[in-house]
Each structure stands twice: as structure tokens, then as C-alpha cells.
Write a protein that binds this ligand. Structure first.
Ligand code: ZN
Length: 75
């Protein structure tokens, strides 16, 4: 009896893998753009944590503030 290890690679429907882009949407004015888009990015340190805020270029609303993960973490 042979156990088949099936579905190691799930196939995306349509055959085209969709790029994982984070899209931000402003509920105030409806502006929509990827995080690499024209958002007003503000970086600052809060209590030693590096955080990034995305501001809407249209209405000026701050949408999200997320921590920035540094790749070089000393062990
Ligand atoms: Zn907006």
C-alpha cells in the first residue's frame, strides 16, 4: 500500500498566480492604492518600536500604523 502525498502544490484557479499586493483603501474619500503607491508614509519610533503610518494623499487621513519588522535581529 502506497501513501500518495497529493496536493503539495495547490494550483491556482485560472493558472495565473496573483501577486500578493497589499492594497489600502481609504474609507473617507475612497482613495485606493497599493502600499507601495502614493500614500504618505511616515516612519517613526514609538518606545523603541519602528512603526510606519500610511496617510491618505487625498484627504490626509491616517489609515494604518503597523510595526516595521527589521530583518537583522541580533540573536
Ligand atoms: Zn482619503
Amino acid at each position: 500500500m502506497v501513501m500518495k502525498s497529493a496536493q503539495t502544490h495547490p494550483v491556482a484557479e485560472g493558472g495565473t498566480p496573483a501577486p500578493r499586493k497589499s492594497v489600502l483603501f481609504c474609507p473617507t474619500c475612497g482613495h485606493r492604492a497599493p502600499t507601495e503607491g502614493n500614500w504618505v508614509v511616515t516612519e517613526r519610533s514609538v518606545d523603541g518600536d519602528h512603526r510606519r503610518a500610511y496617510g491618505c494623499p487625498t484627504c490626509g487621513r491616517t489609515l494604518v500604523v503597523q510595526p516595521v519588522f527589521e530583518e537583522s535581529i541580533p540573536a
